[in-house]
Design a binder for this molecule. Structure first.
Ligand SMILES: Cc1cc2nc3c(=O)[nH]c(=O)nc-3n(C[C@H](O)[C@H](O)[C@H](O)COP(=O)(O)O)c2cc1C
Length: 192
C-alpha cells in the first residue's frame, strides 16, 4: 500500500442542479484537511458513462470504449471509496448501479463508505442497502460506519450546503474506519 491511501469520492447523482456535488465537495474538503489520505472526486455526471455498452463481461477487462478505460483508470487507482448517494424511489440511482456494473476487478477487495441523503426521513439508507447488495457481488467491503442525512433540502440555503450538527464527527469516524479497512484489504488484494 502507498504511504497515504487514495480515496475516490464518487458522486452518484447526475441530474442538473443535483445536491450531490455540493455534498461531495464537503467530503473532499474534510478528507483533504485530514492529511492522511489522498483524494479525488469522480462526479458521475462528468464521467458520463452511457448505459453499459461493453460487449464482454467486465471481469475480462477487454474494454472497447474510451469512456470505460477512463472509468477503469479512476477506480483502479483508488484504495477505497466514499459513495455520495441520494435515495431515488427507495433505492440507489440508476447511474450508480450502471457505474458499478461497468467494472469488476477494479472494485475487488476495496472498502466502500457512504454519505447518503434523501428528501424524506430515511437519510438515503435504502439506497445504501441496495448498493451493498451489488457491492457484495463485486467482492467489495462496504463498511458499517456511514453518514446519513435526512431532509436534505433543509441543509441547503443561499450559502449552499451546511452539514447537519454532528455530521462532521460522523464523517471523521467513518473515514477512520475506511482507512483501517483499506489497510486490512490491501493484504487481501496482494494475495487474491
Ligand atoms: C427520481 C427521484 C426519486 C426520489 N425518491 C426519493 C425517495 O424514495 N425517498 C426520499 O426520501 N427522497 C426521494 N427523493 C428526493 C431526493 O432524495 C432528494 O431530492 C435528493 O436531493 C436527490 O439527490 P440529488 O439532488 O443529488 O439528485 C427522490 C428524488 C428524485 C429526483
Amino acid at each position: 500500500m502507498r504511504t497515504r491511501p487514495h480515496v475516490l469520492i464518487i458522486v452518484s447523482s447526475t441530474r442538473p442542479n443535483a445536491n450531490g456535488p455540493a455534498i461531495g465537495s464537503w467530503v473532499e474538503a474534510e478528507l483533504v484537511a485530514r492529511g492522511d489520505v489522498t483524494t479525488a472526486v469522480a462526479d458521475l455526471a462528468a464521467v458520463a458513462l452511457p448505459l453499459l455498452d461493453e460487449p464482454h463481461h467486465p471481469s475480462k477487462r477487454r474494454y472497447l470504449h474510451d469512456h470505460t478505460h477512463r472509468w477503469s483508470g479512476l477506480v483502479d487507482a483508488a484504495d477505497g471509496f466514499v459513495f455520495i448517494t441520494p435515495e431515488y424511489n427507495r433505492g440507489m440511482p440508476g447511474s450508480l448501479k450502471n457505474a458499478l456494473d461497468y467494472l469488476h476487478e477494479e472494485w475487488r477487495h476495496k472498502p466502500a463508505a457512504f454519505v447518503s441523503y434523501s428528501g424524506g426521513v430515511s437519510g438515503g439508507t435504502r439506497a445504501v442497502e441496495m448498493a451493498k447488495q451489488t457491492m457484495t457481488a463485486l467482492a467489495m467491503w462496504p463498511i458499517t460506519e456511514m453518514v446519513n442525512i435526512p431532509r436534505i433540502d433543509s441543509h441547503f440555503g443561499p450559502a449552499g450546503f451546511t452539514p447537519p450538527v454532528g455530521a462532521a464527527g460522523a464523517l471523521s469516524t467513518m473515514v477512520d474506519s475506511l482507512v483501517a479497512h483499506i489497510s486490512a484489504t490491501c493484504e487481501l488484494r496482494a494475495i487474491a
